[in-house]
Design a protein around this ligand. Sequence first.
Ligand code: SF4
Length: 368
Amino acid sequence: MTHSLLMVRELRQYFPIRRGVFRRVVGHVRAVDGVSLFIRRGETLGLVGESGCGKTTLGRTILRLIEPTEGQIDFDGQDITRLRGRALRAARRDMQIVFQDPYASLNPRMTVRAIVEEGLKIHRLGTAAQRLEKVAQTLDEVGLDPSYMDRYPHEFSGGQRQRIGIARALALAPRLLVLDEPISALDVSIQSQIINLLTELKSRHSLTYLFISHDLSVVEYIADRVAVMYLGEIIELATSEALYRNPLHPYTRALLSAIPSIDPQRRRQRIILPGDVPSPANPPPGCRFHPRCPLAEDLCRRQAPPLVTIDDHAFACHVVQRELAQQRTAPDQRPQPGPHDDDSAAPAAKAAGRIPGAQPEERGSPPA
Ligand code: SF4
């Protein structure tokens, strides 16, 4: 296995809820609750889930922009969880972030040159002339004319501002980029330009991406593996191909069923989940998805399902796990492969078809 660039173990991010005159802590919002994952060098890991599921908090905690409550973050084999001062600054140089909102994330009082140069100054990199040259080169790389570097953010369009945000992150030559919904605030026509730019930069600079998004179509296109979050937990993680072709967790199936498509072969039977996402301040006992799950049973209400991995496909669901176990112990009861079935399909994928109300369908190739 390729050595992991980032390894996260049992990461927790709890925010205290304070009430009363004395601001006593009366509870915690469990934004990230026991997340473990890794990202290989040169890989793009997609992180998806509904708003409020904790994906942005996870990205910021990984970068130590927020102090983790518990857990461990290893970057390139070094534990960076408790780093302070100069050591933390040095680690941060390798890990940069591109924010969601290109309007709010750029200081309107700073010129483009000052914005892109800021990180270089903080890390005391190069002379003034070298920094100027680096700013010009980085702007050119992201598709902006370097002669505009003395202009202010308000003089640029949304797509151009996001390019400035990418240039700011890129100037420090990081190895990991956390892309926090980098295209969701942009027009559709601009989104594909930014995605193409990110893909190009990734291969040119051998970058590793954590791509956070609620847009499942874009994640399918850009990510090598995809992690699905629900109420602060990872509930499914697999290669992009496996997850989109054969989602195992009922929540992932519901999410994928909502992707609109003009291609009839890619359309899925829509699964409407009842109710709202519960509060992360008071998550349901057992499986956190059970109040909305069409397959919930008694065990789900009492016991949280562990994240198990079968054939490189991780998922947290009692029912799917039992289905798989039954199929493995009774191979003669498995559905016989038809002439058009993919022989290489994992047993996990075969079992997925047995979940009532959510039959898997063949999906075409990713969007061009
Ligand atoms: Fe649904 Fe139970 Fe699986 Fe949770 S463990 S997703 S409630 S079937």
